[in-house]
Design a protein around this ligand. Structure first.
Ligand SMILES: [Zn+2]
Length: 449
């Protein structure tokens, strides 16, 4: 069996595309089929620079393995439609000879007005067949659709409601023609694509039957729709993989979320998902992205990917504390960026300490603390807490106000708890940091005198 994914290089691969890509991946994994990547780039005006490269990169990011593509050609290339024009030319001539299409000389304007009127009347926008029997020898080439009868198959529709689709214009094929020819010549056995292609399906059936092709088995799978459920997910469904990564949602989570959506069970990898995969049991309704769920899966995945970040941090923290630090940070993280934020105490940089609120009071208080910390023999949570209690009670300070004053020592207020940080970085480092902060406040205060 052979399946294909056929993106156009016209933009980013968003969640909707990926859903359909992953349905193909699960099918091919389950039935040990070959997965082909075909680039449908005939709409040259809409093609974006670097988009083909981005498609490869994005698929790579979610670890989709492709068996055949331009980069790894098999027997049925080329895999880019713009390199196959000669093939389509041969088949459009054949289709003309078989009586499956005809030349049309109608202007774009005429057809456009016609379709608009159809819509106003509540009818499907279709071409009226004006040139059908004119036997023109030049012009656009349109598919010959029966005027009466019903298209049978998975999708029942009156032929009169099916448009006489343009198959060839400006010396090149349109999507519908190239797509059918390619699936045939690339020996694609199963096509899993979005339900948005369902209305075009009758046209594809016609082209296949005019040319005497063995049709692949088509499955029209649900689409991911625009309704979202949580604030963070506001535009998630239209976003590309890079946008997710930049939000701190890791590729592992995107993959896991989408395959779980396909098989309707929470699964952790492709091979587990493929064991649940049943093409006939895919949801029929369109799917809405649940941002909260995606983020929860992300939270779970973070536990498994922290080792990537670990090497950097290991160089900054004492080896013995390392696991403890990561555990504390990951526990409080929803997205990867949270982990970085929480780790700010590791990447402490006294140059970036905000001095806006630093006044004489803070200076004196930190001096007092420095003396007390230096005196401590046992550096433990209880002994540090006792010092803090003593000072806040004596000065009548609220714990919250007091902790704000200590924030510069741990980096920023997004860190893990103060005492955890203190124990991780140790007495010596805390004392050094306070000394540096004091020096900075001192310089600031004296600048203004
Ligand atoms: Zn016409």
């Amino acid at each position: 069996m052979r399946l294909r994914i056929a993106p156009s290089p016209t933009g980013i691969l968003h969640l909707g595309n990926l859903y359909s890509v992953l349905a193909n991946v699960l099918f091919s994994h389950k039935y040990n089929s070959k997965l082909i990547l075909r680039i449908e780039d005939t709409d040259i005006q809409r093609n974006k620079i670097n988009a083909i490269e981005n498609i490869y990169e994005d698929l790579n990011k979610i670890r989709v393995n492709i068996d055949e593509s331009s980069k790894n050609p098999g027997l049925y290339g080329p895999y880019k439609q713009t390199e196959r024009i000669h093939i389509y030319k041969f088949y459009i001539k054949k289709l003309l000879k078989m009586g499956g299409c005809f030349f049309c000389k109608c202007s774009f304007k005429r057809v456009n007005i016609l379709k608009k009127i159809n819509l106003l009347l509540g009818d499907p926008p279709t071409y009226d067949g004006k040139c059908l029997n004119r036997n023109y020898l030049t012009g656009k080439i349109r598919l010959k659709v029966p005027k009466t009868g019903i298209c049978v198959g998975d999708y029942k529709i009156n032929w009169s409601n099916v448009d006489m689709q343009v198959l060839w214009a400006n010396s090149k094929p349109t999507y519908h023609f190239a797509n059918v020819i390619d699936d045939q010549l690339m020996k694609i056995s199963h096509v899993l694509r979005g339900r948005d292609w369902l209305t075009s399906f009758p046209k594809h059936i016609l082209i296949n039957s005019f040319l005497g092709f063995n049709m692949p088995k088509y499955y029209h799978i649900p689409l991911i729709c625009n309704k979202t459920e949580s604030k963070l997910s506001k535009r998630l469904d239209n976003m590309g993989i890079d946008s997710f990564l930049s939000l701190g949602i890791i590729s592992e989570a995107i993959l896991r979320y989408l395959i779980s959506l396909i098989v309707c069970v929470d699964v952790s990898n492709i091979s587990e998902a493929s064991s649940y995969f049943n093409i006939n049991k895919l949801k029929q309704q369109n799917i809405h992205i649940n941002g909260k769920k995606l983020i929860l899966i992300n939270k779970m995945c973070l536990h498994e990917v922290v080792h990537d970040v670990n090497n950097v941090i290991k160089s900054l923290i004492r080896e013995g504390c390392f696991n403890n630090v990561m555990e504390l940070c990951v526990k409080k993280s929803l997205i990867l960026h949270d982990t970085y934020k929480l780790l700010c105490f590791v990447f402490w940089d006294y140059k970036s300490i905000k001095m806006i609120f630093m006044s004489n009071i803070e200076y004196l208080l930190l001096n007092l603390l420095l003396i007390e910390y230096k005196k401590l023999i046992i550096w433990s949570k209880i002994s540090i807490q006792n010092i803090h209690k003593k000072i806040t009670n004596y000065l009548g300070l609220k714990t919250r106000t007091f902790c704000t004053i200590l924030t510069p020592i741990i980096g920023n207020r997004h860190s893990i708890s103060l005492y955890d940080v203190y124990l991780i970085i140790g007495q010596k480092v805390v004392i050094t940091r306070i000394s540096l902060i004091l020096e900075k406040i001192y310089n600031k205060l004296h600048q203004h005198i």
